[in-house]
Write a protein that binds this ligand. Sequence first.
Ligand code: DGL
Length: 267
Amino acid sequence: MNNDAIGVFDSGLGGLTAVKELNRILPHENIIYFGDTARIPYGTRSRETVLRYAQEDIAFLRRHPVKMIIAACGTVSSMLGAQVPVEDMPFTGVVYPAAAAACAATRNGRIGIIGTPATIRSGSYEHAMHTIDSHVGVTAMACPLFVHLVEYGYTDRQDKITRLAAEEYLEPIRNAGADTLILGCTHYPIIRDIIADVMGEGVTLISAGEETAKYAKTCLEEQALLSDRTEPGHNVYYVSDSVSQFRDNARNFLEDAARGQVFSTRI
Ligand code: DGL
């Protein structure tokens, strides 16, 4: 048993999609979240830069009482590959949990993956899936506009601009006959309905954040690190840009976050 918090970080607020799932499946855990809102996006930057930022984000979380660290960011997780940046406590990115869930979900062995340009360039998800099942066929597409469309609020199911972008980006994955699609970036669950409409019925969507939350629960259980608290846990948020900007945008990702305790910090 351990009542320290779960540390979660992301390039910005997108990682709140993972926090939402953590709160749902581990309601008694405290969460300390760091969103690097001053330096988002990571998804268009070089591997070296993303890794440097990730080290700083992790160092920030480690200054708090945390028992596990989750890189909720698809781009960070992809740049890390097999590297484990923390050795004295459980650590996970989002790639392996999502890849494992997709391999388990596919019926025809054809899986699509969408993410930021850096994520797709890295081949991280393909690599993870081929390690799990060498027979799956993978079609990968970078969707650079999606993060911006979500950040600027073009998220309504009927939104014409986002729908057009989704049709364009998802066409090769539809043509490949994928029956499973990994949403390999924090922001994509917010436009899940549009992606589902464009992909059509019968396609399973895998949210990397949601699968990672389930995986984190298994890790904590296996290592006997779950909290024994009986009252609900609470979340504390840190951001590298302003608190007011967090409050304006957080409700797109997690309604409760907009009302939570938020601090602006330098890292
Ligand atoms: N958090 C990033 C990811 O999941 C998306 C936003 C960014 O580009 O930093 O890849």
